[in-house]
Design a binder for this molecule. Sequence first.
Ligand SMILES: Nc1ncnc2c1ncn2[C@@H]1O[C@H](COP(=O)(O)OP(=O)(O)OP(=O)(O)O)[C@@H](O)[C@H]1O
Length: 243
Amino acid sequence: MIAIKNLEKSFGKNKVLKGVDLEVKGQGIFAILGPNGSGKTTIIKSILGMVLPDAGEIVVGAEGVKGNWNYRKNISYLPQIAHFPENLKVKELLRMVKDIRGQEGNEQPLIERFKLEGFMNSRLRNLSGGTRQKVNIVLCFMFNSPYIILDEPTSGLDPVAMITLRELIQEERAKGKVILLTTHIMDIVEEMADEIVFLLEGKIFFKGSLQDMRDMTGEMKLERSIANILLRNDKQYQEVLTT
Ligand SMILES: Nc1ncnc2c1ncn2[C@@H]1O[C@H](COP(=O)(O)OP(=O)(O)OP(=O)(O)O)[C@@H](O)[C@H]1O
């Protein structure tokens, strides 16, 4: 269970989160959606303790997040942009992350699935964007954590890797994990999400199933549903529906 109560966060004058209340109960895939800059990553980083909220409370499992690092070992995180020392070799990075976490990982099957065997001795600075992302996926999925947080996990992946990632996410879901996912690829959400959370203007605007969203907006396709919500709430999006 993840419970967020009245979360507020500003960066200077930019009020990003204006009282976010969100409860993620049970297991499954929860897609956090919203326009660019709506605060999806800020919520995720607040859950991880990487952003310090101005107000509010977050509980992960039974543990409050404030001043606590213990709960982090239960979360695997795939960041939107990962920053690691560029001169590290892939095998050194894998070792380093396992040492930092103090947990052994089951990386070998993932290395094989993403065909990374030939890159173990490559330095990060020499990897393509997509190969880096595959390494980041291995780093995230090699630990058996009850919570998995994926921030734009498909970025840079080729279609084969994309299918492998989708399979991997489904396998983790079948194991009873709680998976939080942000993505701008709506067919992934339509295929996989058990619940959709839609963030707008600093608050949770909608939380429910895909069918609930269809019912609310009268649109069958998620992309159109979201465009419909944005149109109702912001005139600048009117063109989206008329094109
Ligand atoms: N460290 C920071 N310092 C200043 N502003 C920040 C910082 N992090 C985020 N912001 C701002 O907060 C707002 C929300 O950013 P965030 O990355 O959470 O949005 P997002 O919904 O994840 O966006 P996207 O869909 O583009 O990934 C943006 O206006 C962003 O510029």
